[in-house]
Design a protein around this ligand. Structure first.
Ligand code: DPM
Length: 378
């Protein structure tokens, strides 16, 4: 590669986003010491709207759209995201160029300092748990019907401030991965078992988005692609896509790779958690067709690399395995949709839509009264 090559990297401005972006850049720098990586930081809709639950904002690609426009305009070459914030369908021409090795996919409890040392089950009836994730509220509401779940927004720093200073919340629920990356492991009082709370699709994994036709960037990213993470996230994203989900419905998942098998468990919940359907599915990741198809054949079928759940197929991982992973996720969703899960999802979606409309009305009403505070959010 020529000297002084510059690669522009888009990132949200929040501390977590910057940490994630720098993590990816640092690993790339080890292999590509002659490349200069320049970060272009920007805010997204999700960063700007801080007074509404994510699910009530009613827009897709909340944390990604502005960055995707920058990619399309070639102002940046790649963007590092939390893969769970990337919609299952990406804009034409954009792909997940690689997924970085997954950190903890689990959710964790952070207590108000007055409850230090306690676990969720030790909190009194009526305690207030802060989360704006429908998935967390539904699953925890199911296990702990004695608690109240209230919306909390803002970036991680803001949430910690709200927890510690507002005296409103007894605890908040956050992804262990995010807490770890921020260096806040010491504030974790409990990591939630998947029997209590299954995680969000792709939680804990970082995904790097780039242009499909940008082979130079794809080659760069292929060097940090993690096969096991990719297989799990392909399955999880296929599952969510087939369910038609996004952050407007309480959908959760758990995926394991072991003994050459992929096992996926998924749940669909009513908003209050009283109804739930959980099912699982698995498939053998065959090893006998690990070889890439001969180059000639590949050229005949497509011009560029194949995509599985919008994730680019890279060398070092068999296409067959990716296809099996994608199918296992899709099939789990199909199975769930044949049960009462279909109705539960439809109702949850409808209720969220009503909440979106109410939120819009509320916004209209207070439009001129409140100034929007602009604090970066992750
Ligand atoms: C999405 C959700 C949340 C984020 C919904 C969910 C949490 C929102 C909230 C899709 N994106 O998980 O059910 O709790 O109010 C987000 C976080 C991370 C990525 C923060 C978090 C960091 C961890 C990771 C926000 N996106 O979940 O605590 O890399 O997965």
């Amino acid at each position: 590669m020529a000297e002084h090559t510059v690669v522009k990297v888009g990132s949200r401005k929040s501390q977590l986003a910057m940490i994630q972006t720098n993590t990816v850049i640092d690993v790339l720098k080890k292999t590509f010491s002659d490349i200069k990586f320049e970060i272009v930081a920007m805010s997204t809709v999700g960063d700007k709207i801080l007074d509404a639950a994510l699910s009530k904002i009613g827009e897709k690609s909340l944390f990604t759209r502005e960055l995707e426009v920058a990619l399309e305009e070639k102002e940046v070459d790649f963007v590092v995201h939390s893969l769970k914030d990337l919609p299952t369908t990406l804009p034409d021409g954009l792909v997940v160029g690689c997924v970085f090795k997954r950190d903890s996919p689990f959710d964790a409890v952070v207590m108000h300092p007055k409850h230090e040392g306690k676990k969720l089950e030790d909190l009194e009836e009526g305690s207030i748990i802060g989360t704006s994730s429908l998935r967390r509220a539904a699953q925890l509401g199911r296990k702990f019907p004695q608690f109240k779940f209230e919306n909390i927004r803002g970036n991680l720093n803001t949430r910690f401030r709200k927890l510690d200073e507002d005296e409103k919340y007894d605890a908040i629920i956050l992804a262990e991965a995010g807490l770890d990356r921020m260096g806040w492991r010491h504030r974790i009082s409990q990591v939630l078992d998947t029997d209590v709370c299954m995680y969000a699709v792709s939680q804990g994994a970082m995904g790097v988005e780039c242009r499909y036709d940008d082979q130079k960037t794809l080659d760069l990213l292929a060097t940090i692609h993690d096969s096991d993470t990719a297989l799990c996230c392909i399955a999880e994203r296929a599952y969510l896509k087939e369910l038609g989900g996004g952050c407007s419905v309480p959908v959760s998942v758990e995926t394991k790779l072991r003994d050459n098998k992929i096992e996926i468990r998924g749940g669909v919940f009513s908003l209050d958690g009283t109804e739930a359907v959980i099912d699982s599915h698995s498939a053998t990741l065959k090893t006998d067709i690990d070889d890439e198809p001969p180059l000639k054949k590949q050229k005949e079928t497509s011009n560029g690399p194949k995509l599985f759940s919008s994730i680019v197929h890279t060398k070092g991982i068999s296409q067959e395995k990716c296809r099996i992973a994608e199918n296992v996720g899709k099939e789990l969703a199909d199975r769930l949709l044949q049960t009462e899960a279909a109705g539960i999802l439809a109702t949850a979606r409808q209720q969220t839509e009503v909440a979106i409309l109410e939120e819009k009305k509320r916004k209209e009403a207070e439009k001129n009264e409140t100034e929007m505070i602009q604090i970066p959010k992750c």
